[in-house]
Design a binder for this molecule. Sequence first.
Ligand SMILES: [Cu+2]
Length: 412
Amino acid sequence: MSFWGQIGLQEGTSVLGVEIQALHDYGMIIMVGIFSFVGFMLFKVLVSKYFSVEYLQSQWLEVVWTILPCGLLLMLGLPSIKLLYLMDELELPEGTVKIVGHQWYWSYEYSDSFGSNYSYDSYMASGSESSGDYRLLEVSNRCVVAAMLHMRGLVTSDDVIHSWAIPSASIKADAIPGRINQIGLCFLRSGVFYGECSELCGINHSFMPICVEAVSVEVFTMWIVSNHESNLNNSNSMNKALLALSLIYDVFSSMWASVSSVVRKLIYLYYWWFKNVFYYGLYVPAEFCVKSGWSLLKWGSGMCLSFIKWVGWFLVSPLDASLYAVTYTFGQVCSGIWYVVTKPIEFTCWSVKSVIKGIRSLLSFSVFLISSVVSSMSSFTDDGFKEVVMERVNLNTFKFLWLLQDYYKNRR
Ligand SMILES: [Cu+2]
């Protein structure tokens, strides 16, 4: 949460929050640089006494001061666009929290893969200042999520437009009646994070705070399971079996998805290897060598054989053989001329084709280069951090699924 006298943003508490705040710092560095440079030049122009009546144009300078701002704009815009898309990218979340805005409180529902239909309302806690809590920020029931687990929030509203926001996690989603907005909830650590309704929704807009409590996966699972227990006490056994079945189906479908993606990648890798290394690197040159060698051999032996034959013929009837030799040579010369005339056209066609091919590969290479630059620029956290986060999220996912599975196994 924010404190008195705080100038910068709140410290990032979610995976994307860290990236987004780093993007802010990165943008600020570039913009401070631009402001300093432009300010310095302006100051220089105002106080400078140097001038030249002959220095009227410079093409190169114009090219530079067109390209340079374009590059700067790309450097500012591309990481931002990439992060924007990453924020909407939510593939196979482990759990879902439905967040519904009301006039003037929030309600949270946990009914996705947990097998429970648990929901509760979250009002602003009254008299929070006297109990030592944060004024106008503490709530009666907090939204509980698991830290370092891939979760999602579905935000909607019951009446007017509200907005569910946690500034430290860089989350803000409008709660619109009749629409569902999706947000990723992957907090980096356990803790309590505060926010407020961020869309003017009526007279008590200021008094519907948001309070998220991120806990460890073990605690979260225990909490979900205990809610499920209390829920099940009111439902029949048929329901229980259905819920267990749906859970098992979820586990198997996610396992199947990961296995099939790995197999797909392996097949693609094999195809790529076969096509590029085996086919172009080994097969095509070998085929060329064998084919051309064979045809050269055939041609050479054919020529030798016909020459020996011709010599025999010449000894028998020199006139006929000489006449044949002259016509044969003439035919060869004509075909040579034909070859010389048509070959340049063929060569031109071939070179045009190759140039087009070259341009195409150059374009695809530049697209590849730009995309790799974008992907390297949009990630501000180092690879070590990302690896740790991935490892922890994977571990927590397994832990979560295992705990739930264990629970259902013991229940049967
Ligand atoms: Cu509001």
